[in-house]
Design a protein around this ligand. Structure first.
Ligand SMILES: C[S@@+](CC[C@H](N)C(=O)[O-])C[C@H]1O[C@@H](n2cnc3c(N)ncnc32)[C@H](O)[C@@H]1O
Length: 366
């Protein structure tokens, strides 16, 4: 059933928030706070529903025409760049807005009145990796709120070299229900369905800023003995290296750990391990003064328990790509520890999407 509502807020998942005339909350894709929209529900739960717009009745001044013809909110359109209809600076405003409202909801007592938001110079042609899906005849990305495969010949947010690889992939026989992970290293001639590639940050330009932020942060806190969790192949580790510092860096992916150790950074020891409560029990945690972590979306729910086992820990540097797991982990920590010098910056790793990286550092005391 179609209905009309005003978009009053933006959710952590980048969806417009409004109220159905019957009173329940509706999350709508492809809209902007302030807009009046006709929409249609496609999934209904007891207390909330999901909808897609059928007509923008009163458009926002920040609405722009997406430059990509594949982009959209219906199952026949690509759901990848969910914020391409929003003007670039306003995207940053909205990212900051939903992060701050999450911090408020979980009562995170961070220091800064003004949060630095590091926007990107290039909103197109920036992605250096992608996971394409195939149904046997088409290859591309999934449609808006559907599992249908949208056939994509060229994607505007991908680097040229990744689009070139997509072209090669399209010329090959495709598996019926599979994904293909493509990055700059993958040998596209030999690629297999459902392959896995080691993690790498998807945006070179913004990754440089992330590295610089970490180096400056480390220069300020002057750590001596660092435990780095979820280290990948050392993308962040390299910025922590300094005379007189030792770094124990932990990662589940064996290829990434091998690559890290081959780099032979001064004072760095890469260890393979699947981080979780049982695994952490195996590590001597008594001497570390600093914990640096960059977990996947799920965050690290055992953070508080880990810190409990680190008697000399003073500094925490937590980089996150998911506001929900981040606020959950820090809120739990705040119950047991006093957090001071709690600094937060935001980095736009994925322009044209709702995603944002949270970069934070703090000191801990009992
Ligand atoms: C967001 S990435 C960060 C990687 C690295 N910091 C970088 O900038 O390239 C998260 C990393 O955590 C690793 N990972 C995921 N779950 C893990 C687990 N349970 N234990 C150890 N590493 C894990 C992934 O393989 C990935 O390399």
């Amino acid at each position: 059933m179609k209905f009309i509502a005003e978009i009053i807020d933006i959710s952590f998942e980048g969806l417009g928030v409004c109220k159905h005339p019957d009173g329940y909350v509706v999350f709508c894709s492809g809209v902007i706070p302030g807009e009046v929209v006709e929409m249609e529900t496609y999934r209904r739960f007891k207390r909330h529903a999901f909808a897609a717009p059928t007509q923008i009745i009163e458009p926002s001044e920040y609405r722009v025409k997406p430059p990509c013809s594949y982009q959209g909110t219906t199952p026949t359109k690509c759901g990848g760049c969910d914020w391409m209809h929003i003007e670039a600076n306003h995207q940053l405003e909205l990212k900051k807005r939903y992060v701050l409202s999450a911090f408020e909801k979980f009562k995170l007592n961070f220091d800064s009145d003004v949060i630095e938001v590091m926007g990107a110079q290039s909103a197109l042609g920036y992605r250096n990796r992608a996971r394409f899906v195939s149904d046997g005849s088409k290859i591309g990305f999934r449609g808006g709120h559907s599992h249908d495969v949208i056939d994509i010949e060229k994607c505007m947010v991908l680097q040229d070299n990744i689009n070139e690889k997509l072209k090669v992939l399209r010329s090959k026989p495709l598996a019926a229900s599979a994904s293909y992970q493509v990055d700059e290293q993958v040998n596209i001639e030999k690629i297999q369905p459902d392959n896995q590639t080691p993690f790498q940050q998807a945006n070179h330009e913004q990754n440089k800023k992330l590295g610089l932020w970490l180096k400056n942060t480390a220069d300020q806190i002057q750590p001596h003995k660092i435990l780095e969790l979820f280290c990948g192949s050392g993308n962040l580790t390299q910025h922590l290296v300094a005379e007189g510092r030792s770094i124990t860096a932990v990662e589940a992916d064996s290829v990434s750990v091998r690559v890290l150790n081959e780099k032979a950074f001064q004072g760095v020891k890469g260890i393979r391990g699947t981080i979780g409560e049982s695994w952490l029990g195996r590590l001597d945690l008594s001497e570390f003064d600093t914990l640096v972590m960059d977990p996947p979306r799920a965050g690290f729910a055992e953070l508080s328990e880990l810190i409990h086992k680190m008697p000399k820990l003073k500094n925490l540097v937590y980089i996150s790509c998911d506001v929900s797991s981040y606020t959950r982990d820090i809120a739990k920590l705040q119950k047991k520890y006093k957090l001071a010098d709690f600094k937060v910056s935001l980095l736009d790793m994925f322009p044209n999407t709702h995603h944002i990286e949270i970069l934070s550092s703090m000191t801990l005391s009992k």
